[in-house]
Design a protein around this ligand. Structure first.
Ligand code: CU
Length: 495
């Protein structure tokens, strides 16, 4: 089935409530776009890069402080801008009163610095990985990956963005003045109680669908937020850091979004799309042209997956209304980027599937829906036998599921027995050959580390260039974080 389980059951009622409503986004801004603090390390040779993970409080815009986690901040972390070739001497301090692991999502690095669940940092301890950046420019991120605690820790704020530049990206004719014509957006959905405090509760239903809330938050502020920008091209580097929601992005004037990069770097050339679907864990870079419009709004719809069969008929009625995320106001007094969009962005040959040496099959299993909460409670958020898994097996810290060989090209064929899932592989980028059994959208045909899985088989062409042994193996998993915690994850070595 194409809808998630909860929507399938309650969609009829929701549809009646929405019928006749204006589906266009409310344009009134609630406040300014919070520009995430930039730490620009390009051209520097720091002895140490401290990241302090601590509990704090943060006002999302309700007027009431919420209990949160942050990384060098009250909520979320900094934007680290680095250059390929650097080795980053991190000192990750756990100032929380619970264990934490911090994973570098999208980095091509060895398992012993990957920050997976085998690399827990005890409260009060400092983890000091030297992280080598040897990949092309791309928007990557870092987030909690603590076994059984990832969903709650990320939801409360343990996530930040790592922008990798290289010689080509720094020389590219693209907007790159941070906070002026180049912005990083972290999109999330949040729930609040009547007092305006952040809430998060795990139930069987939440383990099933993942945690889905109704309030859209951009960089830690309730949407819509507003930003003045110059009269020209504006670059948005967008991360979906929701626990479970797929988001559909579009523009208020129905113009196409110009997509220039996906998870692992620039596309071969810009791709125009009316709607950009971004799954939890995914990143895309888009350009928006403010040279002719006085203002433009980036809109978000909470996606309900591929419209197929029954869903095609019901989508316009059941579909959630568009929400304004970010209102861009043209300010002619700001100096505009004076270049034009480059025709070619990257050398990106089509993937050569015929070169693959082997293929592997993975089926994501939802488990027994009625028992997930009880199973999870018994196992400490990890659902155990009878809960979620991959190929019939829940994640086990002691079990290696796949042994890969360094430098060998493989095809991974991923399917799901129910629901839509965003699948992530550590330590690499890959190319999508098929998504839901079909050719992926043009904007998803570049370098990726996330692929959506639903009906039909999704296939990726992948090569592992970094080692991971059985003491610190790489993970592959669903990026619906409650599914990951519940056991929809496996481990692999590369030798
Ligand atoms: Cu999942």
């Amino acid at each position: 089935m194409t809808l998630n389980r909860r929507t399938f059951l309650t969609g009829a009622g929701a549809g009646l409530l929405l019928a006749g409503c204006d589906l266009h986004a409310d344009q009134a801004a609630k406040g300014p776009l919070p520009v995430l603090p930039l730490s620009d390390l390009t051209g520097l040779d720091p002895d140490i890069i401290p990241l302090r993970l601590a509990a704090s409080t943060h006002d999302f815009g309700t007027g009431e402080p919420s209990k949160t986690f942050g990384i060098n901040a009250d909520y979320l972390g900094p934007v680290l801008r680095v250059k390929s070739g650097q080795t980053l001497p991190f000192a990750v301090e756990n100032a929380l009163d619970e264990p934490v692991a911090l994973h570098w999502h999208g980095l091509h690095i060895p398992g012993h610095v990957d920050g997976g669940p085998h690399q827990e940092i005890a409260p009060g301890d400092v983890w000091r990985p030297d992280v080598p950046i040897r990949q092309r420019s791309s928007t990557t991120w870092f987030h909690s990956h603590t076994h059984g605690r990832t969903a709650r820790q990320v939801y409360h704020g343990l996530a930040g963005v790592l922008l990798i530049e290289d010689d080509a990206s720094l020389a590219a004719d693209l907007p790159q003045t941070y906070g002026v014509d180049d912005f990083t957006l972290i999109l999330q959905d949040k729930a609040f109680d009547e007092a305006g405090r952040l809430t998060y509760e795990l139930t069987g239903e939440v383990f099933e669908d993942g945690f889905e809330a109704e309030t859209l938050v951009v960089n830690g502020a309730i949407a819509p937020v507003m930003q003045n920008v110059p009269a020209g091209l504006v670059r948005l580097r967008i991360l979906n850091a929701c626990n479970a929601r797929f988001l559909d992005l579009s523009l208020s004037n129905n113009d196409a979004l110009t997509v220039i990069a996906s998870d692992g770097g620039f596309l071969a050339s810009a791709v125009e799309t009316a709607t950009l679907t971004i799954s939890p864990g995914e990143r895309y870079e888009v350009l928006i042209d403010l040279s002719t419009s006085e203002n433009l709004t980036l809109q978000v719809t909470f996606s309900e997956g591929e419209a197929e069969g029954l869903a095609i008929l019901t989508q316009p009625i059941f579909g959630d209304p568009m929400m304004a995320a970010l209102i861009l106001n043209r300010d002619p007094s700001l100096e505009a980027f004076d270049g034009s969009l480059p025709k070619a962005l990257a050398n990106l040959a089509p993937p050569r599937a015929t070169d693959a040496l082997r293929s592997r099959d993975f089926e994501l299993n939802m488990g027994d829906e009625g028992q997930l909460a009880a199973l999870a409670e018994a196992w400490g958020n990890f659902c155990g036998e009878g809960g979620m898994g991959i190929n019939g097996q829940p994640m086990q810290m002691e079990r290696i599921d796949v042994e890969a060989t360094i430098g060998e090209l493989e095809i991974w064929r991923i399917s799901a027995d129910d629901m839509q899932h965003p699948f992530h592989i550590h330590g690499c980028s890959f190319r999508i050959l098929r998504q839901y059994g079909d050719e992926p959208p043009a904007y998803a045909q570049g370098w990726k580390d996330m692929v959506a899985v639903q009906e039909g088989v999704s296939e990726v062409l992948v090569r592992f260039d970094h080692k991971a042994d059985e003491t610190t193996p790489f993970m592959y998993h669903c990026h619906i974080l409650e599914h990951e915690d519940c056991g929809m994850m496996g481990q692999f070595t590369v030798s």
